[in-house]
Design a protein around this ligand. Structure first.
Ligand SMILES: [Fe+2]
Length: 385
């Protein structure tokens, strides 16, 4: 008698079992498609973040292998649940500095989300690719920088063609990839996809936010597409002889400017950032010990900081910055130390220029090339101590 209700409960599930059932729960014979990416972001010595999109809701993981052949998997569980959606962000942690990892991303379709017995689909895998983590012990490093691409996909294609990828450890985009971020699709179509194709799932992108990234309907979603472990757009990294500090120079106009309709709060945000920068410079041993300190920021004039620009220049001077690299003005400039209160070299590159920095133990060799590959400027920054 006690068996009857149990059989009754199971009967509908048994009746509904499809032909495609492969396991203990319903699995439909339908495979998702990777529509964007994957691309590598937030490079560090012990972690990397991989982002991609699928055409249908999936849960995801990254399968990766170190040079010793040890295979591991990284997922992105949050609050006890695997995220199910179209955008997939997986951070690989506990990596070794200067190590090369082979990886592929895997997304498994979730056809129908229910409290019990969600219905699944099949999995899609990306091609196998590899990347190498940052490493402060490396005696030299090289990186390339572009800026102010302003939604111009042809410009991006031209810029990335001119980069010597063979000798570039990573790419920096110095901001203003947009006029204003109007949609999530625009983030891929006008910025990430043209770059991720060029980065070939192999070289990471280090992104610096520009003032135009603070505008538009999807501006508040940007951090979901270019996430950083720190959860903010200012952070530090180490690679080779360089300690990198990336700053967010925010908007270029007062919070009270009517074009923002009272929606901006950069004054307090920038004060917090300045406090972080000063504290980081004061307490981080690597700031003192690295052969070089390179500052990456969009606006060479610090953005709108309520007429406190001098405090920022002084903070950079006290931090011992050797070289700052920016965009924003759409015009090449090289402010040598002492020119505007700066005790460091300030390089500004234009939208059609590529900067390349080769860092050794004794100097930063900087070269800026123009649209036709001509040299716009070339200079070196010697080690101070
Ligand atoms: Fe700008």
């Amino acid at each position: 008698m006690r068996m009857i209700p149990i059989l009754f409960l199971w009967l509908p599930a048994l009746v509904m079992l499809p032909a495609a059932q492969l396991g203990p729960y319903i699995t439909h014979d339908t495979r998702p498609v990777i529509t964007n990416g994957p691309y590598l972001l937030a490079p560090a010595e012990d972690s990397a973040t991989i982002v991609w999109m699928t055409d249908t809701p999936c849960h995801s993981k990254v399968v990766y292998e170190d040079s010793g052949g040890r295979v591991r998997e990284a997922e992105n569980g949050e609050h006890g649940l695997l995220p199910v959606g179209l955008r997939h962000v997986v951070r690989l942690r506990g990596l070794q500095p200067g190590a090369t990892y082979r990886y592929r991303v895997v997304s498994t379709r979730v056809v129908k989300m229910k409290s019990y017995w969600p219905e699944k689909g099949l999995s899609v895998e990306s091609r196998l690719a590899s990347f190498t983590t940052f490493d402060r012990r490396k005696p030299a490093c090289s990186f390339s920088l572009i800026t102010d691409t302003h939604e111009d996909v042809k410009r991006i294609a031209s810029l990335v063609q001119r980069i010597d990828w063979g000798g570039t450890d990573f790419l920096v985009h110095l901001g203003d990839a947009f006029h204003g971020i109007e949609s999530e699709e625009a983030i891929w179509n006008l910025f990430l996809e043209p770059l991720s194709n060029a980065l070939a799932q192999t070289r990471p992108l280090l992104f610096v936010r520009g003032n135009h990234e603070a505008r538009g309907a999807a501006a508040r979603l940007l951090a979901d597409y270019v996430p950083f472990p720190e959860g903010r757009f200012y952070y530090a990294r180490d690679h080779g002889p360089v300690h990198f500090v990336t700053l967010d120079t925010g908007e270029d106009k007062d919070d009270e400017t009517n074009v923002y309709a009272g929606l901006n709060r950069f004054k307090a945000y920038r004060e917090e950032e300045l406090a972080w920068f000063r504290e980081h410079a004061r307490t981080t041993r690597r700031m003192a010990e690295a052969p070089f300190r390179v500052l990456l920021m969009h606006n060479p004039g610090w953005g709108w900081v309520d007429q406190q620009n001098g405090r920022w220049t002084e903070a950079a001077n006290e931090a011992g910055i050797d070289l700052a690299i920016s965009g924003h003005t759409h015009r090449f400039a090289h402010w040598e130390p002492g020119r505007r209160g700066n005790r460091y070299h300030q390089l500004i590159i234009g939208p059609d220029e590529v900067a390349r920095v080769d860092a050794s133990q004794t100097e930063l060799q900087v070269r800026v090339t123009g649209k036709d590959g001509e040299t716009v400027a070339s200079f070196s920054v010697p080690r101070r101590k």
